[in-house]
Design a protein around this ligand. Structure first.
Ligand code: MN
Length: 202
């Protein structure tokens, strides 16, 4: 059985950039909903014993397994999303490890440029989806995916993701996706955790 990952912070820890009511619904209802649906779908099947990542890879683009893919991928995507957020006091670009910084600069010239590019990509996602910082064959890249899709299906390693489904910003920002992105990217990204993931993947 899959369970809802516990958060490393309180529901109000990301305020004022992301409100506790957004967390209450987004984490407590949407994310929990994907976990529940996934558990219902795998009950009594061979998938019951599989890891989340294996379920995602085994159900992608398979006829009849769309719900399984969507729910398992959304569980993975949200697990990462909550991990790469933190309260404002713990969020600083200076926490990017020198190793990751060098590789970001190789792809984007600077961390600031990378963030600008990330925002642009996130704004260009039509409808629901995600924006990602990934390692793709050793290089740092920005990707966007629609709905539940994620970089695992392209064998890329995700370092950071931002949810651009409306449920992630509508309560706090209504239709202003750009404002949501500015607030999240500049104030509540856990660069220590992103750097730790990078080190693990390398
Ligand atoms: Mn979401």
């Amino acid at each position: 059985m899959h369970t809802l990952n516990t958060l490393d912070y309180e529901l109000n820890a990301l305020e004022p950039f992301m409100s506790s009511s957004t967390l209450e619904f987004h984490y407590g209802k949407h994310h929990q909903g994907y976990v529940n649906k996934l558990n219902n779908l795998i009950e009594g099947t061979e998938m019951e014993e599989m890891s989340l990542e294996d379920i995602i890879k085994n159900s992608f683009d398979k006829d009849g397994k769309e719900a399984l893919f969507n729910n398992s991928a959304q569980v993975f995507n949200h697990n990462l999303f909550w991990k790469i957020l933190t309260n404002n006091d713990n969020s600083s670009l200076e926490d990017i490890s020198s190793e990751l910084k060098t590789d970001i600069e190789e792809s984007f010239e600077s961390s600031e440029n990378m963030l600008a590019e990330f925002k642009k990509t996130a704004l260009s996602q039509f409808g629901s989806g995600w924006t990602w910082l990934v390692i793709d064959e050793g290089k740092i890249k920005i990707e966007k995916t629609s709905n539940a899709n994620n970089p695992l299906i392209k064998n890329q390693k995700p370092l950071l993701c931002v949810d651009v489904w409306e449920h992630s910003y509508y309560l706090d920002y209504q239709n202003k996706r750009a404002e949501y992105l500015d607030n999240v990217l500049n104030n509540i990204i856990n660069w220590k955790y992103v750097s730790k993931l990078y080190k693990e993947y390398k």
